[in-house]
Write a protein that binds this ligand. Structure first.
Ligand SMILES: O=C(O)CCC(=O)C(=O)O
Ligand SMILES: [Fe+2]
Length: 308
């Protein structure tokens, strides 16, 4: 019998990752572990879990305070991550892959409007990685992870995934060796393009809602376009989206490309694609960070007040 090259991914997982850009790894940790880790969230927010009238904002993205060792906490997810990026040695040791309590809550986004299924005109499509200039081979966002800390139901604020978006993003980045910015830069900084996610998603036709149960983990290609959805059920939905930093930039001309690299090659319709950047890598400070700092200061004040 031929041994699988992968620790946990089945043939159909591999096929799904290459054709649809994601796999769902179910049951990576217990509901109890999820409840423990998310327990402090309501005090952090200053909302009462049982009283929706206190939920001032429809969605919140908290800053991270604690981190979790994925290998220990969710060994199946860790193994699947290693399967996708081409082995543990391809993960950065300077910036290890950890999960944090930087929770993204969707409490009642768009709940006043009738439910609208995912389409190219849904608001908020983006590729993750608002903290760097993007190239075809960027190591800063080696994989996109969605960790489900609560059950996530249809129409209950699941992340929308454009399952056929790897190809348009790959073609765009291959055509722009000077890179692309995730958000507009001050005038005169550079003439590199800014992603137009609405243009990129316009050609997509295959949309998925990343639903599941507490303990499920979606592992997605870093190019995958995704968006927040409405939560018309008004049931609290809590996820995190930890990035994975690669030890080295991706390579599209090696003998043993990772599944993430293979998906790019497939999208470009080739088996090898030597890629050379024409501009420097660049770290960016996203507008999100200033907001999160403010929120964290407010949170610290509130929690200190409670402890007295
Ligand atoms: O809240 C969601 O469902 C998605 C959030 C997201 O994609 C992000 O914050 O980058
Ligand atoms: Fe995102």
């Amino acid at each position: 019998m031929e041994m699988s090259r992968y620790q946990v991914l089945t043939d159909s997982d591999v096929d799904q990752f290459l054709t649809q850009g994601f796999v769902a790894v179910r049951g990576c940790f217990s509901r109890r572990a999820a409840e423990e880790f998310t327990g402090p969230v309501w005090d952090r927010l200053g909302y009462a879990a049982a009283d929706p009238s206190t939920w001032a904002e429809p969605t919140v993205h908290l800053a991270g305070k604690r981190s979790i060792d994925v290998r220990e906490f969710a060994p199946k997810a860790w193994a699947a991550v290693c399967d996708l990026v081409g082995g543990e040695e391809r993960i950065s040791t300077d910036r290890p892959y950890v999960w944090r309590d930087s929770f993204i809550l969707n409490l009642w986004q768009g709940a006043d409007e009738p439910w609208a299924p995912a389409s190219p005109t849904s608001p908020g499509w983006h590729k993750d990685g608002d903290f760097f200039r993007h190239f075809l081979d960027s190591p800063e966002q080696g994989l996109l992870t969605l960790v489900l800390w609560t059950d996530v139901r249809h129409q209950g604020g699941a992340t929308f995934v454009a399952a056929d978006s790897v190809a348009p993003v790959a073609r765009f980045l291959a055509a722009h060796p000077e890179g692309a910015y995730p958000f507009p830069q001050p005038p005169g900084v550079d003439d590199a393009p800014v992603f137009s996610f609405s243009d990129l998603v316009a050609s997509c036709e295959e949309f998925v809602e990343a639903t599941g149960e507490a303990g499920d983990v979606y592992l997605l290609h870093p190019y995958i376009l995704h968006a927040k959805s409405q939560n018309t059920l008004r049931l609290p939905r809590i996820i995190t989206n930890p990035p994975l930093t690669l030890a080295e930039p991706m390579r599209f001309d090696r003998a043993d490309p990772s599944l993430v690299e293979q998906a790019v090659l497939r999208a470009l319709g080739t088996s090898s694609h030597p890629f050379t950047r024409t501009a420097e890598r660049q770290e960016l400070v996203p507008p999100r960070v200033a907001l999160q700092r403010e929120r964290m200061a407010e949170e610290e004040r509130r929690l200190a007040g409670r402890a007295r």
